[in-house]
Design a protein around this ligand. Structure first.
Ligand code: FAD
Length: 378
């Protein structure tokens, strides 16, 4: 079933993205898992094709499409089993700039993010504060020569390769949420900035998730997002629908991939003189999964349409993030069971999907936080 937001132009775009992913991503996946990060060249190649900021206006170097274009890119990456290319956080940072940056900030950074000359990361989480962001300890102190950042962050996607990091910091520690600002930190030639370990994860091993350290790291006075201190918390809240819808988009594509792989396997694999697909348990499990996948697709398609139309809200984005990622983990687990022993072997894509899926319920705001947000709206 074709999504209602797809158009002939998006079909052509999807073909181009699929070819790019087949040539530039899939052949390198195992090597990226081993080196724990993608090649920098991938970013420049994706930039040349206009895939990095597909839904950012061309005035700022983007491809001038809508969220539909960006969703196509996320879907195609997920359908190819990619979790290494940190395009999600890159696109998120671009949207912070687009919606909250000063004109100077937009013209300075968005074209470089679109071309892949700069890779972006967003650094909120700290060793002592993740869900409860008001508890962060990183500070940005204003001096005559700019801000000085001190503190540390952890679990930061793209942390090893990032050239531009949107750092959540306290500019006024006594002011609670109103003392939080988002600082645009350039990492190149910044002696106060240091990348720690690339963290050892259970899945998504090709993604460079890192610790970061700031020891009087320099940020120019002009690099407070939006030019005014104290706006950080409101800016974070405003961008949540985009971030959480993206997680849901990838989640549904993963569900669809898991089902496709499993149906193929169940038709080929034989036991007790028949194909697995001919056994009633297999048929019922797959029928249930297919039904849930179809419901999830209808919901995410509606979310995508609403995001394109500027109607997406935080509560529904939280529903999409929590419900789809819970479902993703459940369906991938049920599919893996139908692979028997092969489902436990890393060379099988379903095994990789199982390991990669688990974090979807944790990052982007833990699913319990999503339920809190939904419950508050009741
Ligand atoms: C692979 C990976 C990539 C990541 N990428 C980034 C990134 O790029 N940038 C970034 O800033 N962060 C990133 N994170 C961090 C991620 O966003 C946090 O791990 C997540 O928000 C949870 O925070 P925490 O780990 O501190 O858990 P905690 O806040 O300690 O929470 C632990 C658990 O407690 C429960 N809990 C917490 N609060 C509540 C509540 N109010 N009600 C009910 N239950 C609650 C939940 O079950 C939660 O999972 C990444 C994490 C991972 C694992």
């Amino acid at each position: 079933m074709t999504s209602p937001w797809m158009t002939p132009e998006l079909d052509t775009f999807r073909d181009a993205v699929r070819r790019f992913v087949a040539h530039e991503v899939v052949p390198h996946q195992q090597r990226w898992r081993e080196q724990r990060h993608v090649d920098r060249a991938l970013w420049n190649k994706a930039g040349e094709l206009g895939l990095l900021l597909a839904d950012v206006p061309d005035d700022f170097g983007g491809s001038g499409g809508t969220f539909a274009h960006q969703a196509v890119v996320f879907e195609e990456l997920a359908l190819a089993g990619d979790t290494a290319f940190g395009l999600h956080v890159h696109a998120i940072v671009a949207h912070y700039l687009l919606h909250h940056g000063t004109e100077d900030q937009k013209y300075k950074y968005l074209p470089r993010l679109a071309s892949g000359d700069m890779i972006a990361a967003i650094a909120m989480s700290e060793p002592g504060a993740g869900s409860d962001l008001k508890g962060i300890r990183t500070t940005a102190v204003r001096t005559d020569r700019g801000y000085r950042l001190n503190g540390s962050k952890t679990f930061i996607s793209n942390g090893y390769l990032a050239d531009l990091i949107l750092v959540v910091a306290k500019t006024d520690p006594a002011a609670g949420a109103k003392g939080i600002s988002l600082m645009l930190l350039e990492t190149r030639d910044n002696p106060g900035f240091r990348v720690g370990r690339i963290l050892e994860k259970m899945g998504q091993k090709g993604q460079d998730t890192c610790e970061l350290f700031f020891d009087d790291a320099a940020v120019p006075l002009a690099n407070v997002l939006g030019g005014v201190e104290g706006q950080g918390f409101a800016q974070l809240m405003a961008e949540l629908p985009y971030e959480r819808t993206i997680v849901g988009v990838a989640g549904v594509a993963c569900i669809e991939r898991a089902l496709e792989l499993t149906v193929t396997h169940a038709k080929e694999r034989r036991a007790f003189g028949q194909a697995l697909i001919d056994m009633q348990n297999t048929r019922f499990v797959l029928a249930e999964c297919k039904t849930e996948a179809t419901v999830a697709r209808a919901f995410i398609d509606r979310c995508i349409e609403d995001l394109i139309a500027g109607r997406m809200d935080t509560v529904r984005a939280s529903m999409a993030k929590y419900w789809i990622t819970d479902l993703q983990c459940k369906i991938v687990d049920q599919c893996l069971q139908l692979f028997g022993g092969y489902g436990y072997m890393l060379e099988y894509p379903i095994t990789q999907m199982y390991l990669d899926a688990r974090v979807q319920r944790i990052y982007g705001g833990a699913n319990e936080i999503m339920k809190e947000i939904i419950a508050r709206s009741l």
